[in-house]
Design a protein around this ligand. Structure first.
Ligand SMILES: Cc1cc2nc3c(=O)[nH]c(=O)nc-3n(C[C@H](O)[C@H](O)[C@H](O)COP(=O)(O)OP(=O)(O)OC[C@H]3O[C@@H](n4cnc5c(N)ncnc54)[C@H](O)[C@@H]3O)c2cc1C
Length: 254
């Protein structure tokens, strides 16, 4: 959880609930989306996350946070999990788990890293790797709400094969409804790639994003080093800190 987030303590939605896996979707070789049935789900906002708790046969428990990938009005809650090498929880969720399996979760959590279509002004989304997950919930929400708010996603992936939601993002960008998509591929680019091919930097943020005087709402999510560098660069470009919201997924920028 980020420093300014405050869960609603004591609310019904923070009780542990049982999620049943309805479907598992392979997004990339290391990333899977879990489509869930959660009978008591209270609803959520785009950008919120859940806590997942796994319990082994000997009673050992491990708990991690996962962003909600689905739009608030989607029929099922979806999580998208990247399998990390030796990752205790992600290797189970994005590896061994099958349709019909069950696990515990609680949420939705977070009132800070949240976007709703009722908010005015342009939106600039900056994501790295699985950091695209809560940003995708926002874009899905924008699409189903038929919002005309100008939105841009700058999305950093290692290679084309690592792009999560690739086809859906391309489809959304083709709608001509004010959504602009910019990929940057940091390690490997396919033949003929004319797009960006370096880590997100200040020049890229300036070229791809909205000018500071347009006062875009900015959401940055991904590995900690990416998030901190992008937030600093955007502040340097004159964007007010109050409009820059960040979510850090983990310790590594690898
Ligand atoms: C609010 C929030 C939302 C999140 N949403 C998502 C999401 O939607 N999808 C998703 O895949 N993950 C998400 N994460 C990250 C997730 O909570 C776990 O940290 C991640 O799945 C690793 O857990 P693990 O038990 O598999 O790895 P661990 O066993 O905890 O760690 C294994 C190794 O990986 C390193 N590591 C841990 N986390 C990360 C990371 N995120 N990136 C790189 N290296 C890491 C550790 O330092 C260690 O070396 C989110 C985190 C937060 C705080």
């Amino acid at each position: 959880m980020t420093e300014t987030e405050t869960p609603v303590v004591g609310a019904k939605h923070l009780q542990w609930m049982t999620a049943t896996v309805r479907e598992v979707i392979d997004e990339t070789p290391r990333v899977r989306t879990l489509v869930l049935d959660i009978p008591d789900w209270p609803g959520h906002k785009a950008g919120q996350h859940v806590d997942v708790r796994l319990t082994s046969d000997d009673g050992y428990q491990a708990q991690r946070s996962y962003s909600i990938a689905s739009a608030p009005d989607a029929p099922h809650v979806m999580l998208t999990v990247e399998r990390l090498p030796d990752g205790e929880v992600s290797s189970y969720l994005a590896g061994d788990l099958r349709a019909g399996d069950q696990f515990e979760l609680r949420g939705p959590i977070g009132g800070y890293f949240v976007w709703t279509s009722a908010l005015a002004g342009p939106v600039f989304l900056v994501g790295g790797g699985s950091g695209v997950v809560p940003l995708m919930a926002m874009l899905r929400h924008r699409a189903t709400a038929k919002s005309a708010v100008p939105a841009t996603l700058l999305y950093s992936s290692r290679s084309e094969a690592d792009i999560i939601y690739r086809d859906e993002l391309m489809h959304l960008a083709g709608q001509g409804d004010g959504f602009t998509l910019a990929h940057t591929l940091t390690r490997e680019q396919p033949a003929g790639w004319n797009g960006l091919k370096r880590r997100i930097d200040r020049d890229m943020l300036q070229t791809v994003g909205f000018a500071a005087d347009m006062q875009p709402r900015i959401f940055i999510c991904g590995p900690t080093p990416l998030v901190e560098a992008a937030a600093r660069d955007l502040r340097d470009l004159g964007h007010p800190p109050s409009l820059i919201k960040t979510e850090r997924f983990g310790p590594s920028g690898k």
